[in-house]
Write a protein that binds this ligand. Structure first.
Ligand code: 13P
Ligand code: SF4
Length: 305
């Protein structure tokens, strides 16, 4: 990024009392200019704790919505209004109400990749880094409805041994990676450790050595237990991994694992966002308070890894 733009963003941030948060899947130059980068849980905690007046969220809509739910007094901006998450839109609040009717007495856990309305209909929220801990904290005699990601749900059901009803949602980017991609990468780099995101399909996860959220991948890579890693996740994470571990090698399991929505954020859009205070993300108060309850429960449960 050129010096003029860097200066401009610094000035605008000061003028607006703004902080820039970026998800680990953002383009490299956006990660580099952000005040804080992280996984969904880390970003939620950061959004709740920052004393800035304005949060510019470089990610997708549900992330900005989460920040608006947790910090209603702050102005939350999403630099590109069409940056959404297809998985989050795979279940509506009405569909979830129908599922609850089919399974009376079940506890609803929703992945943070969901709309504010779905969070409001849920008992607990979780991210990929604390989903196992959240489910393990629930009474053992209760059935659990898990929405919307079937693949994260499958992973949690296996790790916890719990009776879970899964919604057939999925990440349109993570499902593009195949078991053949992993086999080909392993054949080329036989000593590499395979890190896969729980949003990957089951055949991919079976071939992985570690199943980790993006934040957990960064921690695992920094632990020094290996020098070469095959990464089955959205490829933006490779930038963060390389930056934090310059001596290690990171190989993308597939060149197809690119989330087009995450890549909609650009430096120019961040400038426009701060200049024109756009696009403001708000959540109606009645939905916000109910969604906040399930999000607060999530923020309190930290991952063990
Ligand atoms: P995490 O960064 O929490 O692993 O989230 C993955 C994801 O798909 C976000 O959209
Ligand atoms: Fe949604 Fe997948 Fe993109 Fe994350 S990577 S925002 S889950 S489509």
């Amino acid at each position: 990024m050129n010096e003029r733009l860097t200066k401009k963003i610094e000035q605008l941030k000061e003028q607006r009392k703004a902080v820039i948060l970026a998800h680990n899947y953002q383009p490299g130059e956006i990660q580099d200019l952000a005040d804080f980068t992280g996984d969904s849980l880390g970003l939620s905690i950061q959004a709740a704790e920052t004393d800035a007046e304005v949060i510019v969220f470089c990610g997708v809509r549900f992330m900005a919505e989460t920040a608006a739910i947790l910090s209603p007094q702050k102005t939350v901006l999403l630099p590109e209004k069409t940056a959404g998450c297809p998985m989050a839109d795979m279940i509506t609040a009405e569909q979830l109400r129908g599922l609850k009717k089919q399974h009376p007495g079940a506890i609803v856990v929703c992945y943070v990749n969901s709309t504010a309305e779905v969070k409001a209909e849920s008992d607990y929220c979780c991210t990929s880094s604390n989903a196992v801990e959240v489910v393990n904290s629930l009474p053992e005699d209760k059935r659990i409805i898990f929405v919307p990601d079937q693949h994260l749900g499958q992973f949690v059901a296996e790790r916890t041994g719990r009776d879970m009803v899964l919604w057939p949602g999925y990440c349109t980017t993570h499902v593009l990676m195949t078991a053949d991609d992993i086999r080909a990468a392993k054949a080329k780099y036989p000593d590499a450790v395979v890190m896969a995101h729980p949003e990957c399909t089951e055949p991919v996860k079976e071939l992985a050595d570690e199943l980790l959220s993006t934040g957990q991948m960064l921690k695992f890579a920094a632990s020094g237990r290996a020098k070469t890693f095959i990464v089955a996740s959205e490829n933006g994470i490779i930038h963060a991994l390389k930056k934090q571990n310059p001596d290690a090698e990171f190989i993308a399991a597939s060149g197809r694992a690119i989330c087009p929505n995450m890549k909609k954020i650009t430096v120019d859009k961040i400038v426009a966002s701060l200049e024109d205070m756009q696009y403001r993300i708000t959540v109606p108060e009645e939905i916000r308070t109910r969604a906040e309850r399930s999000l607060n429960r999530m923020v309190e449960i930290l991952p063990s890894k």
